[in-house]
Design a protein around this ligand. Structure first.
Ligand code: CAO
Length: 438
């Protein structure tokens, strides 16, 4: 049976909206409440959910097009059963106990659910039932669209919220309570920051030619994890410099040997080995914070992520159990994993489980930078380009190869003095490797 899905009434005085994105295509199998399009009105941008379950047979809207309330957006071939009967079955007494507070949201869901045209909006009672009874498919967190939207606006991952409603349903109050608790614990994403990220852009074409490109999955994930880290971790960056004159001689002397075995002896592999040793000396650098439980998790394994620049963006393969590996083995593994990352062969497991990260931009250039901690890790080291500097040895200036290092750390768990000691320890180890055995 072919069924129409209409653009539901969204709010008083709104007669039409612009289609920002079409989220399905002909032939797609859609579930009840699955978002079909993203619609922009004068008031908001939101997803319009499907009122039917089945196969999309007709798509009547295009991106950028203006669509009137009540017009057919898609036609769906259903298996025959009227999905509105499911709604009635779900409308148990008690579901209305916690009415939703957003009439606009309720109208979206209710009129969509009943496939009612704009001129026949469902009653408030029906809309409350529709909102409260329907968990979104494909999600383990039962919550109405308006509650999900609220969570999104507040930067809350809905699956992290415990539902206090019937059957574990998440209510608006649950989301607000979660945010209050997170604010107390210092883990909340400031709402203002999330909102500014969602602010509409000006029309750039007023000033010149533009070009659009969809964000790749890697770019989206990077944006998400960077924004999460930036807005949740109070970070400080410590800088230091290591004299690597002798180390560079050592590196050049043994590089051929390592190369024969398939590795490249660079400052990255040496720093990976040294960082694992430093993490043993300073265990707070090998931790994660469990703030809700009020605990610090100390890890007794030493996995280090290496930031790799690829066509797809930044990827971070992880060298596992670094403390059990020689510098040659580490060099080979960095080579293998970096190559896999660049040729799209890296697996999620090979990027999982890092405790600390090294980001070496020195091969490209730069004198210093402040990397962002890769949550739930608590520190990251930035490596810039080594260069020859005139260093005064007490009697005269002598040329030394100097490596600039930066260390960004989570100040909730690591104190500034410890960060300075940790980075100095690494510099000492590079300058005089025997110091490690003292
Ligand atoms: N100072 C001076 N020279 C450096 C250097 C440094 N800090 N680091 C590397 N080099 C040199 C190497 O010795 C090598 O020189 P040769 O070609 O003469 O041997 C050259 O630069 C290239 O090194 P490499 O990149 O092949 O090897 P690496 O082990 O130093 O780095 C990797 C490996 C994967 C870290 C690197 O290729 C890479 O992708 N870097 C970018 C990381 C990144 O994007 N970070 C940003 C994250 S935040 O956005």
């Amino acid at each position: 049976m072919l069924k129409d899905v209409l653009l539901p009434e969204v709010s008083d005085n709104i007669e039409k909206g612009d289609v920002v994105k079409v989220l399905v295509k002909i032939g797609d199998s859609v579930k009840l409440d699955q978002p079909l399009i993203e619609l922009e009105t004068d008031k908001a941008v939101f997803e319009v959910p499907s009122t039917e379950e089945g196969i999309v047979r007709e798509l009547n809207v295009k991106e950028g097009e203006s669509v009137k309330i009540g017009s057919v957006i898609v036609r769906i071939e259903t298996s025959g059963a009227d999905s509105s009967s499911d709604l009635e079955a779900a409308a148990l007494p008690g579901h209305m106990a916690e009415p939703e507070k957003s009439p606009a949201d309720a109208q979206i869901t209710s009129s969509a659910k009943t496939s009612a045209p704009a001129s026949q909006p469902a009653s408030k009672a029906e809309s409350e039932i529709a909102e409260s009874a329907l968990p979104l498919p494909g999600s383990s967190a039962p919550a109405s669209p308006s509650v999900r939207r609220l969570a999104r606006e507040l930067g809350v991952e809905i699956t992290s919220v415990s539902g206090s409603g019937r059957g574990g349903r998440i209510t608006e109050d649950d989301v607000k309570a979660f945010v209050k608790e997170a604010m107390k614990q210092g883990t909340a994403v400031p709402a203002a920051m999330m909102q500014s990220a969602a602010r509409p852009l000006p029309d750039f074409s007023k000033w010149g030619k533009t070009r659009e490109e969809s964000m790749s999955k890697v770019r989206k994930l990077t944006a998400d994890s960077m924004a999460h880290a930036w807005t949740t971790i109070p970070m400080v960056t410590q800088f230091d410099k290591a004299d690597i004159t002798s180390l560079d001689e050592f590196r050049k002397k043994y590089s051929k040997e390592v190369e024969k075995q398939g590795g490249k002896l660079t400052v990255t592999s040496i720093l990976t080995a040294v960082s694992a040793m430093a993490m043993k000396e300073f265990p707070q650098f090998n931790t994660s914070l469990d703030l809700p439980a009020g605990k610090i998790i100390y890890k007794e394994y030493f996995n280090i992520g290496i930031a790799v620049d690829t066509d797809r963006g930044l990827l971070v393969p992880v060298i596992k159990n670094v403390d059990a590996k020689s510098i040659t083995e580490i060099s080979i593994e960095i080579n293998v994993l970096a190559e896999k990352a660049r040729t799209k062969k890296i697996t999620p497991e090979e990027m999982d489980g890092g405790n600390f990260t090294i980001s070496n931009l020195g091969g490209i250039g730069g004198t210093g930078f402040t990397p962002i901690v890769y949550s739930p890790q608590v520190a990251i080291m930035g490596v810039s380009r080594s260069s020859w500097e005139a260093v005064y040895d007490g009697e005269k200036f002598v040329p030394k190869l100097i490596l600039p290092l930066s260390l960004t750390y989570d100040h909730r768990i690591i104190d500034g003095a410890d960060a300075a000691r940790f980075l100095r320890w690494i510099c000492d180890a590079l300058e005089n490797p025997l110091s490690i055995f003292l």
